[in-house]
Design a protein around this ligand. Sequence first.
Ligand SMILES: Nc1ncnc2c1ncn2[C@@H]1O[C@H](COP(=O)(O)OP(=O)(O)OP(=O)(O)O)[C@@H](O)[C@H]1O
Length: 339
Amino acid sequence: MSSHRNELNAIAPIKSKSMGASPTSLSAAISVEHVSFSYPSRKETPPALNDVSFRVDEGQICALLGPNGSGKSTLFRLLATLLPWQQGTGQIFGVDLAHSPQRARRLFGVTFQSPSLDTRLTVEENLWHQGKLYGLNSVDLQQRIIECSTPLGLKDWLPKTVETLSGGWKRRVELAKALLHHPRLLLLDEPSVGLDPGSRRELWQELARLRQMGISILVSTHLMEEAELADQVVIFDEGQKVAEGSPDELTQSVGQDALSMTPRNPETFAEILLQKTGRNALRMGSSFRLEGQISPGLVEELATSLGPELRAIGLIRPTLEEVFLKVTGRTFESADQED
Ligand SMILES: Nc1ncnc2c1ncn2[C@@H]1O[C@H](COP(=O)(O)OP(=O)(O)OP(=O)(O)O)[C@@H](O)[C@H]1O
C-alpha cells in the first residue's frame, strides 16, 4: 500500500476508466453462480436468495442495490464466509468460498452494518487488535496502522477514544480496519447507513480513492443516488437479481429521455393538455411525464401552447428508480416499506 500513497492523495474522479471495457477483458474479483440460500429458521418462507448469479470485475466499484429484505446482507454473509453455502458457488479472485474459506478470507476485507468498533478503546487500539487477529507482527502492524490511517485522514485521531468520533469518522476507522491485511477486495454492507449527506459524499470519495489503488469494492445500498456513483450496479428484489449493468446501461434500457411538466394545477392539467395539444401524459405526483418521440422543438412548442398553465418544463433522463419500476412493477420506496 505504501507504494500507492501518492495515488491515494489524489481524489479520483468517481467513474473508472475501465468502465467501457468488456466484462470478459477483466478478471473477476467476485463471481457467484446460481446461489440460493434459505435460513433454517424460515424454511416456510421464500428463500433469502434465489438463484443469483453475477460477477464483479477487478478494479470496479459494484453497488448492490435493493430494498430492505431483498437479500443483500445474506449475500454479504455468504461472501464473507459467515454462512454455509447451500446451493450454487462463489469465488473471490478464483478462490472457491465453500472449499477454501481461509484462503479467500486473506483476499477481502469486510465491514457490516452493525458497528464492530470497541468504543471505549482508542482508534489505534481498535486497529491494533484487528491487526493481531490477522496475525500481523507488531513491527509490521505499527507501520500498517500508519499506512491505512493516513490516507483516510485518521492519523491525528489514532490516540482518540472511538466514542468521541462522529459517525463518519467511525466509518473510516471501520474501513481502515478492513484494509489492514492488504485485501484486494472490500465488501461493505450499507456503509453509509446513519451518515449525513456530507459524510456519505466523503465516504464515496474514499471508495473512489481505494479503487484508484486497484482495490475492487462491492458495496450494498438502498440509496439510488449512491448506486449511480458506482461503475456497475446489481439490482436485487425479493432475493433475486432483477437487473445489472453500468448506471448508464441500466437507465438507457428503460427508454429514451422523457419530458417533464410541472403544472400550476395538477388536478386540471391532464384535460387541458389533451384539449390544447391532443397529448396524454403520465401523472407522477405533482408533475406529468411525456415519453416516446421527444423532438428537439417539443419543449418550446408545449411551453408556447401551455404557457400560463406551467410552472416548469424540461427534458429529464431516466433514473435507476425507473429501472426498478420497470423490472419489478413497484416503486423502490413501496418495496422498501413492505419488508
Ligand atoms: N438471521 C436471519 N434469520 C432468518 N431470516 C433472516 C435472517 N436475516 C435475514 N433474514 C431474512 O432474509 C431475507 C433477506 O434479508 P437480508 O437481511 O439479507 O436483506 P437486506 O437486503 O440486507 O435487507 P436489510 O437492508 O433490511 O438488511 C429477509 O426476508 C429477512 O427477513
